[in-house]
Structure formats: structure tokens, C-alpha cells
Design a protein around this ligand. Structure first.
Ligand SMILES: [Zn+2]
Length: 277
């Protein structure tokens, strides 16, 4: 089936449920984001002189500050795009599944309770030898580190020894903590399991209902998280519609062509055109 942009919009408008799959097109790169930060510009060489797994915490503290500042151009471009989509879908029963690590989606207006990130998030941390599977909130650490960096900036002195005491270590085995990301040495799935269960319940409620699966810029990196499951839901639920938006990989498998449409555009273009029609 081939749907025009305005037909896609009609489908979204008449849907009872909408499942949004957020792909790597909404990811940002740490380096691109933090280079706008004045503290980072001043102390970049000092941070680079630290061991990577320790200095990395300083970079992520700066990243977090930029993420929530509402002023970083790289972050805001993505957030604004997501908010445009949100405004068009407002009031609908929506769930968001994301494969992005940097949690741009959490800065948007989408409901944070109805969001799951199975590939992990830079907002959580775990022991880097995996001595236990517990996952902790990293935000408090970022805020503590950033507060010290601000003082360094004011005093124009970077004190490496002092800042080291704020780098998080495991309370059980005293190893360094690492970010809770798929691909980390000791990735713990504990970080997303409660949202995952909620997602499964939500999905179970979509049987026989008009659901639109809106897949935005999802490539083949981790196809088992969004791409393949969306195809499966589309195959099983005869009232579902899959809208696959992807500049390069919008192809559909023969089994789903009946109820799926491919849009060979970037998500940015798709959302902006959706706004126009
Ligand atoms: Zn440990």
C-alpha cells in the first residue's frame, strides 16, 4: 500500500493507538553537543589528560547540563522536531520505544511514563564489572560534578585530584561505574525492565484495535528492538498500519506490503511535511 503524506496524517488522526519507534536519526553525538559548553572549551585539555573512563564522567556531566539547558542547538533541533510530532498527535494513546542512548526523547513533551529505551540510557549507570545487576540514576552524579566544574571555571583552576572523588564507584566492589548502555562491558537490563513490562501490557491492549506503528529513522543496527517487532505486529493485527519513514532503508518485506507504507524521507522532512498538509 502506498500512502501519501496527507493519507499518513489521516491514519494517525483516526488511530486509536500510536506506537512511535524512534531510531538513530534522533541520536546526537556527545562531542557535537559538549563543544558548545564554555566550561568544556576551557578545560578540554585537562579532561583529555585524565584516563578515558574517568574523564568520560566529566564529559557526560557537561553533556547532561547541555541536554537539559534548553539552549544547545544540536539537542534543541531534535527536541523541537519531536515536539512538532507530539503536537500533531496530542491527546492520542501513544507509546514511544527508542533505540537512542542519549535520551533526547525524554526532553520532549512525550509522556515519560510511556517510553522505553531497551538499548539503555546515559542517564543511568551500573558497576563496570557487573558485580551486581543494579542500575542507578546518574543524574545526581552529573549535577555534583558539574557544580564543581563551575567552581573550577570561576577560579580558573582545574583540580584533577579534587574532582576524582566525585567519579562514581560501585559501593559493593569499588570498581568504577559505567553508563547503562547496550554494548557496555556489564550491560544490565534492569534499567528498562519495568517500562518494558508496561510496554508489553500496552501492546497486549492493541489487539484488534486500530494502531499506527510509526517508525522513524530506524536502521538495521538493532532490528530486533523496533523494526522486526513492528513488522510482526503489523502482520498479526489486521487493523494496524505501519508507516516506515527512512531515507535509506524504507523497504518493506513482502509479507507486510498490504498494511504498510514506506516513506523514503528523513524523519525531519516527514514531520515537517506532515505539519504542512
Ligand atoms: Zn561492583
Amino acid at each position: 500500500m502506498k500512502l501519501s503524506i496527507s493519507e499518513c496524517k489521516e491514519k494517525l488522526k483516526s488511530a486509536e493507538m500510536i506506537l512511535v519507534g524512534v531510531g538513530k536519526e534522533f541520536e546526537v553525538q556527545l562531542d557535537d553537543v559538549i563543544k558548545y559548553n564554555e566550561i568544556y572549551k576551557k578545560f578540554k585539555d585537562d579532561i583529555d589528560s585524565m584516563p578515558a573512563d574517568e574523564g568520560g564522567w566529566l564529559e557526560y556531566a557537561i553533556f547532561y547540563h547541555e541536554l537539559v539547558s534548553g539552549k544547545n542547538p544540536i539537542v534543541e533541533e531534535k527536541v523541537e522536531l519531536l515536539n512538532k510530532l507530539y503536537e500533531m498527535l496530542e491527546g492520542k494513546n501513544i507509546f514511544v520505544i527508542s533505540i537512542c542512548n542519549h535520551d533526547i526523547i525524554r526532553q520532549s513533551r512525550f509522556n515519560k511514563e510511556k517510553m522505553v529505551s531497551p538499548c539503555g540510557t546515559t542517564l543511568k549507570m551500573e558497576c563496570n564489572v557487573g558485580c551486581k545487576k543494579d542500575v542507578y540514576n546518574a543524574i545526581e552524579i552529573y549535577e555534583k560534578i558539574y557544580k564543581r566544574l563551575e567552581l573550577f571555571y570561576k577560579d580558573e583552576i582545574f583540580d584533577k585530584q579534587y574532582i576524582m572523588q566525585f567519579i562514581p564507584i560501585c559501593e559493593k566492589c569499588e570498581s568504577l561505574m559505567e553508563l547503562n548502555l547496550l554494548g557496555s562491558v556489564s550491560y544490565s537490563e534492569e534499567g528498562y525492565l519495568d517500562r518494558w513490562e508496561y510496554y508489553q501490557q500496552w501492546l497486549a491492549g492493541s489487539i484488534n484495535r486500530q494502531i499506527v506503528l510509526l517508525e522513524l529513522g530506524v536502521d538495521f543496527n538493532t532490528p530486533t528492538v523496533i523494526r522486526f517487532p513492528f513488522e510482526k505486529i503489523n502482520m498479526i493485527n489486521t487493523k494496524s498500519t505501519l508507516i516506515r519513514v527512512n531515507e535509506k532503508f524504507s523497504m518493506l518485506t513482502p509479507e507486510i506490503v498490504e498494511r504498510a507504507t514506506s516513506v523514503s524521507k528523513s524523519s525531519k522532512n516527514f514531520i515537517e511535511e506532515l505539519e504542512q498538509v
